[in-house]
Design a protein around this ligand. Structure first.
Ligand code: HEC
Length: 269
């Protein structure tokens, strides 16, 4: 029996030490975990951060990436960047939206808050023809790019209360900072396979911040990733608050049940 036990332990240990190496080979290095204000059961977005992140998206990423699941009015809703009504209207009006007039003829008109961010290309082929590869729509990218830390760490990540949901944003930050070969603008340390068609999109000083935050790639990449997390889950704050209320309710309810049970069974001996 003991022999089986030691064989089992040996196999488990070697699997544990091998797995991260294997994962690194197929997916590139595992991105560093960052501290995010929206992580954990009490998480909320840092309003200033996602406002700056939107600015980075608009001034840099929007040249190639659409955000077509998002409406302009979402930017003014509670739990998001919370831009004012006037700001949202002015922003929407900056975009040209394809629509039909009352005779059914195609027209282009100014955007309104209820419109979605327009698509940039007719389809992926047209996008690829322009950029070498189709730049993915960024609406849900922060949720779509997850990764596993491999056995046994992924077991930890799945524990209730510890469940880690920030893989996607960590990856985007790592990707935007992953252009580490000065002589090759399409080499990225964190992109699977390392050859990416997106040239290094950010450089220091590129976007003007008015709140005194550093105008660096490190800061831009965090801000835009936080903004993309919000875009992928606009009701994150509400969801976390509801979850917390449910937990509090369950604890109080369990207490009530306990005392009720005591009371009912008090005379039954
Ligand atoms: C000049 C065009 C261009 C700009 C500007 C640009 N990208 Fe990209 N991006 C691309 C292309 C093209 C791809 C697809 C790359 C590929 O498939 O090799 C891409 C891919 C991506 C991906 C997906 C990577 C993956 O794992 O598949 C993310 C995330 C991304 N871009 C984020 C951003 C962010 C954030 C910005 C703004 C800071 C930005 N991009 C600016 C062209 C651009």
């Amino acid at each position: 029996m003991n022999r089986f036990k030691s064989i089992f332990v040996a196999v488990a240990l070697s699997a544990a030490s091998l797995a991260p190496a294997l994962a690194a080979e197929t997916h590139g290095p595992v991105p560093a975990r960052l501290n995010w204000s929206f992580a954990g059961p009490f998480g909320t977005f840092d309003r200033g951060q996602i406002q700056r992140g939107f600015r980075v998206y608009r001034e840099v990423c929007a040249a190639c990436h659409s955000l077509s699941l998002l409406s302009f009015r979402n930017l003014g809703e509670p739990g998001g960047p919370e831009f004012s009504e006037g700001q949202v209207k002015a922003l929407a009006a900056d975009y040209k939206i394809k629509d039909f007039d009352d005779k059914g003829e195609p027209v282009e008109r100014e955007g309104r808050p209820a419109d979605r961010f327009p698509k940039l290309f007719a389809n992926a082929e047209a996008a690829a023809a322009t950029h070498g590869a189709a730049p993915p729509d960024l609406s849900v990218i922060a949720k779509a790019r997850s990764y596993s830390r491999g056995f046994p760490l992924f077991l930890l990540d799945a524990l209730p209360g510890m469940a880690y949901q920030e893989h996607g944003v960590d990856y985007i930050v790592a990707l935007l900072n992953g252009y580490t070969k000065a002589d090759d603008p399409n080499w990225n340390e964190y992109y699977p396979g390392h050859a990416i068609k997106m040239g290094k999109p950010l450089s220091d000083g590129q976007v003007d911040y008015t709140d005194g935050s550093p105008k660096t790639v490190a800061q831009y990449s965090r801000d835009v990733s936080a903004f993309l997390m919000w875009a992928a889950e606009p009701h994150l704050e509400q969801r976390k608050r509801t979850g917390l209320n449910v937990m509090i309710f369950l604890i109080v309810f369990a207490g009530l049940l306990y005392f009720t049970k005591k009371r009912i069974w008090a005379d039954a001996h």
